[in-house]
Design a protein around this ligand. Structure first.
Ligand SMILES: [Zn+2]
Length: 67
């Protein structure tokens, strides 16, 4: 079983997502909503760099659900 390995991969994937998001912020670019392509509010991204959706599509960026 590779539960531990999967956790590490998950964390690495999260970290790289954060990295990309922070890089965009550093470049002054807004992340675009994955659903409607609207710019995601910068303050929300600073609070949660993993956001991939705008305020109107918040469900998709929630990570609390266990799949
Ligand atoms: Zn949207």
């Amino acid at each position: 079983m590779t539960i531990e390995n999967e956790s590490v991969i998950n964390i690495e994937a999260l970290l790289s997502e954060v990295d990309v998001a922070m890089q965009r912020l550093a470049e002054g670019q807004y992340q675009l909503c994955a659903v409607c392509q609207a710019p995601i509010d910068r303050d929300r991204l600073i609070e949660n760099p993993l956001l991939t959706t705008c305020v109107q599509h918040p469900k998709l960026s929630e990570r609390g659900d266990h799949e």
